[in-house]
Design a protein around this ligand. Structure first.
Ligand SMILES: [Zn+2]
Length: 466
């Protein structure tokens, strides 16, 4: 690298930093957050479309992308946006992904002074639904490219962008879209951002994700409730049966008791990769007892009860419910027999004496688990670039603990996938008071600008598709 190149890299990274410190990011993010682009029950198709037509399309068009908005291949699905910017077919092509949809605002659960669709700054925090998940994350990546384009007039690589609007409903239709548009999306690597950093003060990269599968459990014994005095002791209580059934799936510290639900992939190299990660917040008496906290969350499977219901919790009646139901979820790493999960649960419940518990997959698509080798040249390259910009080594995770539609990129598009998250674990995504941290945003802008400059300079030596 020559002296003048280095000045350029440093100057551009300084400009990236100013975009955050001088308020540009806050202004742009406020506009993005004001779109109620909810893909779950509170949302409307108009708001999903408006995020693409009102924000992503103009921004990318101004950057010289050839932008198209596509109908979802599945009926009733949300639209998708693609952007393509080819400088020279001989250069590497980077695919950037983001999701513009958010989960329900749940305004009543946010604390006083905060409102989900109004960006609110308090000290170094920016609050709003979708700030962390995922609006600021793709905003940063697009703005880093925009900055380089403004300063240099070119990126030095080809860029493609895909923005979906259904990630919070299991990326409905995304895989079908990728199958249809393989040529349009053909690239050499996915560089994207979602999820949290492992520790807020250290850059993180990960190459895959755990999968997630929801399962509905129902005990439906009779069409109506019955007086708990007149029938108590005579009629079976579906809530008690359901509670026992759920309790049979794990032990009291949440260790899964269904053998077929466990992975075979916690091999010595993965344990080695997880060994030096900083400690995670955890309850000492919870989870797989013989594993470290990092192994529990990045290398193992876990079950959660997402919701359970019978009667009316706000005004309980003196009655035995006719029906009780719950939705549970399995989070799993690669090396889990996904197709076997529901059959194994059925066999388990029958064996444990719960034939009355009906089992079916929850609405919405399951996320599959993926993991990309930590020693791939693209992984090493990105790790090196992040370390140079940040001045310290990033945390490198084989996979994220949460779920992403990463299999669509690895399996359908055949890409190495590298995620550089710009959020932090306590960001409140999927709950009230979601927020991002300005220092992490600033470093995120610096990291991505440095990374894109490095791809332009040295990316031609990295493995290409095919
Ligand atoms: Zn999410």
């Amino acid at each position: 690298m020559s002296i003048s190149d280095m000045t350029t890299r440093q100057d551009l990274i300084a400009a990236a930093s100013r975009y955050v410190t001088e308020g540009g990011l806050e202004t742009d993010l406020a506009r993005l957050v004001a779109h109620k682009s909810v893909s779950q029950s509170e949302g409307t198709p108009e708001d999903l479309m408006a995020y693409l037509t009102g924000e992503m399309q103009p921004m990318l068009t101004a950057m010289g992308f050839d932008v198209a908005i596509h109908a979802n291949p599945r009926p009733g699905g949300a639209p998708l946006l693609t952007g393509v910017r080819i400088e020279d077919p001989a250069l590497p092509t980077v695919l950037v992904y983001g999701h513009g949809d958010v989960c329900n605002g749940e305004a009543h659960r946010w604390r006083e002074g905060l409102s989900p669709f109004v960006l609110t700054r308090e000290d170094d925090k920016l609050y709003g639904r979708g700030t962390a998940d995922n609006k600021v994350q793709h905003l940063i990546n697009l703005k880093a490219m925009e900055l380089i384009l403004k300063e240099n007039g070119r990126l030095g690589f080809n860029a493609k962008v895909i923005i979906e609007m259904a990630e919070e409903t299991g990326s409905y239709g995304l895989r079908d879209f990728f199958e249809e548009k393989k040529d349009l999306l053909a690239s050499d690597v996915l560089i994207a951002s979602d999820g949290p950093r492992l520790a807020a003060d250290t850059p993180t990269m990960f190459m895959g994700s755990r999968g997630g599968m929801g399962i509905d459990l129902t005990v439906d014994l009779r069409p109506s409730d019955h007086h708990s005095g007149n029938f108590g002791g005579l009629l079976a209580d579906p809530a008690i049966i359901l509670a026992h059934a759920i309790a049979s799936i794990t032990d009291k510290r949440g260790q899964i008791r269904i053998k077929e639900w466990l992975p075979d992939s916690l091999t010595p190299d993965i344990r080695e990769a997880l060994k030096d990660l900083p400690p995670r917040r955890h309850d000492a008496d919870w989870g797989q007892e013989d594993l470290t906290p990092s192994e529990r969350v990045f290398g193992w499977n876990s079950m959660a009860v997402l919701a359970m219901a019978n009667g009316n919790i706000d005004a309980p009646q003196n009655a035995i419910s006719g029906k009780a139901r719950a939705t549970i979820q399995l989070r799993f790493v690669v090396g889990t027999d996904v197709e076997g999960v529901i059959p194994a649960l059925r066999r388990h419940l029958d064996r444990e004496g719960f034939p009355q518990v009906a089992v079916k997959p929850s609405r919405g698509e399951a996320f599959r688990a993926t993991r990309f080798p930590p020693d791939h040249p693209w992984v090493k390259f990105v790790e090196q670039s992040l370390a140079e910009t940040a001045g310290r080594k990033p945390h490198v995770l084989p996979n994220l603990a949460g779920s992403l539609p990463n299999d669509a990129f690895t399996e359908i598009l055949g890409l190495p996938t590298i995620w550089v998250p710009h959020s932090h674990a306590e960001c409140g995504q999927h709950g009230p008071n979601e927020h991002v941290l300005l220092p992490v945003m600033e470093e995120g802008m610096r990291l991505m600008t440095g990374l894109f400059l490095d791809i332009a300079e040295k990316g031609q030596s990295l493995p290409r598709r095919g």
